[in-house]
Design a protein around this ligand. Structure first.
Ligand code: HEM
Length: 629
C-alpha cells in the first residue's frame, strides 16, 4: 500500500515570478499550462493532460499484439483512500500552495481584519506584511516533495520521479522524513554537475552501496584513487583492443545462435532478457579476464555468485535500513550470509585468474607494443599487468569486478530494450535486417562492417534514449553549489534523472515515441556533446563511461548476427513485460519471445541462405527460460 503525502513547500509560480522566468517551464512545457491562472478544477484537468503527455507508452497486450508496458505493479498503486498517484496528482493535491506558515496564519488574519475597532485591523495588516515576506522566501526555496520512503521501495524509482518532475520542475527536493534528495531533470544542470563543476561531486551513496562488491574500483571510487585508476584503466580499452574483441563478439553471438536454434527446435520460447544477460556475461568475462563463463550453455557456482551479489547491490540500493552493516545481522540474515558466500566464490575465482594471468605474463618472454596485446591473453587484466603498473591484488580485483559488472548488465539491458522496442515496429526491424543483409550477410561481422551499420546504430541510440541504463545517476555535493538558482548544501545527495531528461518534451519532439530517424543517418553518432547534454546514455564529463565504444560494437555485433538469422516475436501468452529498477532497468516478467529462423536471400548472389550460422561453436544446451535472479 502506498502512502503518498508529497507536499510542496514553496510555490513554483512564485519562484518563476521571482526570478523573472516565463510561467511555462522550459523543460516541462505542460507545467506552465496547468498551474497558471487556472481555477482548481481546470487546473486539475490541465495537470491530468500534462501527465498524459509525460505518461507511459501503453502498448497492447502480449498475445499477438505486443507486450503491455507497465510500472512495477500493473494495477496502479493507490493511497489509503484508494486513489492512485496519477489521480491524486490530477486532483491538484500536489499543486504548490506557497508558504505553509502564511497559509496557516491566513484564517487568523481574516478574523482580525474583520475587527471593527483599530487593533485587530492593525495586527491583520502586520500579519499580511509578514505573510508576504514568508511567501517571497518560499518562492526562492527549492520546490520540495515530501513523502514516505515506502512509496518508492520496490517501485521503479524513475517512474514517480518523472511524475513529480512534471509538477515540481527540473530541480526539486524529495524528502522522506529526515532524509532528502535533490532530483535533477534539467539538461543544463546535468551538464554543470557532470562537466563544468564535476570536481564538486562525488558518487556519494553509490560508493557506500557498492563498496562491498567493487571496493575502490572505478565506478564507486572518488578523489585521488579514482584519478589514478582512470588514468591506468582507460588505455586498456584502446581501439586496437576493441578491434581485437570484435571477433570474439561474433564468436559469442554465434554461440548464442546455436542456443536459440536449439530452443526453437525444441519448440521453446526464449526469455530474451536472460539470454542477453548470459551472452554479455560470456563476452565481458573473456574481455576483462580471459575467462569463459560459458553461461549460454550452463550455470555454475561462479555465475550464480555473480548474480547473487548483483541482486544484493540492487536490494541494498532501495532498502531503507542498512542492517547489513551490523556484523551480527550480517551473519544471522540468510540473504546476507548467501551474499558473503557468493563474494568468497567470486574473490577466490578472481584471485586465481589474476595468478594465472601473472604466470602467463611472466612466461611470455615477449616485447609488447604500446597496446600490450597478447594472442594468448588479450584481456584487460593482461593489459593492466603488462603495462607495468605496480598494483595490489585487491585493487586489481576491484577494477576487474567493476568492469565485469559495469559492462555486463548495462549492455544486456540495452539489447533487451532494443528488441522490445522492435516488437511493435516491424518497419524498423525490416530496415535493420535489410542493412544487415547488405553489409554483413552470413559472415562474422568485422569492425568495418559494424561501422557501416548506421541505421542499426541509430536504433540502438534511440532505444538507449527511451531506456537509459542506468536511468538515474547518483552524486553527492562536496561543497555548496547553486543549481538552477537554488542553493544546494555540501553533503546533499542528488539524483540526475537521465530518464526524465531523455523523455522531456522540451528537449525532444514526441519524446515517448520510438523513432530512430530522429538521429540523422549521415550525422555523427549521437552522444552527450552532439545533443547538448539532452542525451546521456553513457553519462558525460570526466566520469563518462569508459566502455561506450566496446558496448556499442558489442551490441551491433549481437544484433547483426541475431537479426540476420531469426525473426523475434512475442511468445503467445507471454506476460506483460513491465519494468523494475535495479542498477539498470529490468523487465518485470521477462521478454518471452518466439524465435523463428529467418529465410533470407543473399543480396549479393541471390541465393537463399536461410540465414544459417557459419562457424557454430558449441551445440546449444541451455534452456533460457530460467531466471538468472
Ligand atoms: C551499453 C552499455 C553501457 C552503458 C549504457 C553504460 C553506461 C554508463 C554510464 C551512464 C556511466 C556513467 C555513470 C555515472 O556517471 O555515474 C558509466 C560508467 C562506467 N562504465 Fe559504462 N556503460 C556501458 C558499458 C560499459 C562497458 C562495456 C564497460 C567496460 C568494459 C563499462 C565500464 C564503465 C566504467 C569503468 C565506468 C566508470 C567510469 C568512471 O567513473 O570513471 N561500461 N557507464
Amino acid at each position: 500500500m502506498v502512502r503518498l503525502n508529497l507536499e510542496p513547500e514553496s510555490s513554483l509560480e512564485e519562484f518563476r515570478a521571482h526570478i523573472g522566468r516565463p510561467p511555462q517551464h522550459p523543460a516541462y512545457p505542460g507545467r506552465g499550462n496547468c498551474t497558471e491562472n487556472f481555477p482548481g478544477e481546470q487546473r486539475a484537468a490541465a495537470q491530468a493532460a500534462s501527465l498524459q503527455v509525460l505518461g507511459y507508452r501503453s502498448l497492447a497486450s502480449s498475445n499477438g499484439s505486443g507486450p503491455s508496458f507497465s510500472t512495477q505493479d500493473d494495477v496502479p498503486r493507490t493511497d489509503g483512500d484508494g486513489r492512485s498517484l496519477d489521480e491524486r496528482m490530477a486532483s491538484g493535491e500536489f499543486t504548490d500552495r506557497g508558504s505553509t506558515k502564511e497559509r496557516l496564519t491566513r484564517p487568523v488574519r481574516k478574523i482580525l481584519a474583520k475587527d471593527p475597532v483599530g487593533p485587530g485591523r492593525g495586527l491583520a495588516y502586520q500579519l499580511a506584511r509578514i505573510g508576504k515576506e514568508w511567501r517571497a522566501a518560499a518562492a526562492v526555496r527549492m520546490p520540495e516533495a515530501r513523502g514516505d520512503i515506502r512509496e518508492i521501495v520496490g517501485e521503479p524509482v524513475f517512474v514517480p520521479l518523472q511524475k513529480l518532475a512534471a509538477i515540481y520542475g527540473g530541480v526539486f527536493r524529495l524528502s522522506f522524513g529526515p532524509k532528502s534528495f535533490v532530483v535533477v531533470s534539467d539538461a543544463a544542470v546535468a551538464r554543470h554537475m557532470l562537466m563544468t563543476n564535476a570536481t564538486n561531486y562525488s558518487k556519494g551513496i553509490l560508493s557506500e552501496i557498492l563498496d562491498f562488491i567493487m571496493g575502490s574500483g572505478l565506478i564507486p571510487a572518488d578523489g585521488e584513487v579514482w584519478r589514478a585508476r582512470r588514468r591506468i584503466v582507460v588505455p586498456s580499452l584502446h581501439r586496437k583492443y576493441i578491434a581485437n574483441m570484435v571477433d570474439m563478439f561474433a564468436d559469442s553471438g554465434l554461440h548464442g545462435v546455436a542456443t536459440l536454434d536449439a530452443a526453437q527446435k525444441a519448440g521453446q520460447a526464449v526469455e530474451m532478457e536472460n539470454f542477453f544477460s548470459r551472452l554479455t556475461l560470456d563476452i565481458i568475462g573473456k574481455a576483462v579476464f580471459n575467462y569463459d563463463f560459458d553461461s549460454l550453455t550452463h550455470d555454475d557456482p561462479v555465475i550464480q555468485a555473480v548474480y547473487t551479489v548483483l541482486r544484493e547491490a540492487e536490494y541494498r540500493s532501495t532498502y531503507p535500513l542498512p542492517y547489513w552493516n551490523v556484523p551480527l545481522l550480517r551473519w544471522l540474515v540468510p540473504r546476507q550470509r548467501r551474499c558473503d558466500e557468493a563474494l568468497l566464490v567470486i574473490n577466490s575465482t578472481l584471485d586465481s585468474l589474476i595468478a594465472k594471468s601473472k604466470r602467463l605474463f611472466d612466461e611470455e618472454d615477449q616485447e609488447f607494443g604500446e597496446d600490450f596485446l597478447s594472442d594468448e591473453d588479450p584481456s584487460i587484466l593482461h593489459f593492466l599487468l603488462a603495462s607495468g603498473d605496480e598494483i595490489t591484488s585487491k585493487q586489481l580485483r576491484d577494477d576487474l569486478m567493476t568492469m565485469l559488472i559495469a559492462g555486463h548488465e548495462t549492455t544486456a539491458a540495452v539489447l533487451t530494450w532494443t528488441l522490445y522496442c522492435l516488437t511493435d515496429r516491424p518497419d524498423v526491424l525490416r530496415r535493420m535486417q535489410q542493412e544487415i543483409d547488405e553489409v554483413v550477410g552470413d559472415g562474422k561481422p568485422n569492425m568495418d562492417q559494424l561501422q557501416k551499420l548506421r541505421f542499426t546504430m541509430r536504433v540502438v541510440n534511440e532505444a538507449m534514449r527511451l531506456y537509459p541504463q542506468p536511468p538515474v545517476l547518483i552524486r553527492r555535493a562536496l561543497a555548496d553549489d547553486v543549481l538552477s538558482g537554488f542553493h544546494v548544501s555540501a553533503g546533499s545527495d542528488i539524483f540526475i534523472s537521465v530518464w526524465n531528461i531523455h523523455r522531456n518534451s522540451g528537449y525532444w519532439q514526441r519524446p515517448e515515441e520510438f523513432d530512430p530517424d530522429r538521429f540523422l543517418l549521415d550525422g555523427p553518432v549521437p552522444n552527450e556533446t552532439t545533443e547538448n547534454f539532452n542525451y546521456l546514455p553513457f553519462g558525460g564529463g570526466r566520469r563518462k563511461c569508459i566502455g561506450d565504444q566496446f558496448a556499442l560494437f558489442e551490441s551491433l555485433s549481437a544484433l547483426a548476427i541475431l537479426l540476420r538469422r531469426f525473426e523475434f516475436r512475442m511468445a503467445p501468452g507471454a506476460p506483460p513485460v513491465g519494468m523494475i529498477t535495479g542498477a539498470t532497468i529490468h523487465t518485470k516478467e521477462g521478454l518471452l519471445m518466439e524465435v523463428v529462423p529467418r529465410s533470407v536471400t543473399d543480396p549479393l548472389d541471390g541465393v537463399p541462405s536461410n540465414g544459417k550460422a557459419i562457424d557454430v561453436i558449441t551445440p546449444a544446451a541451455a534452456t533460457l527460460s530460467a531466471s538468472t535472479a
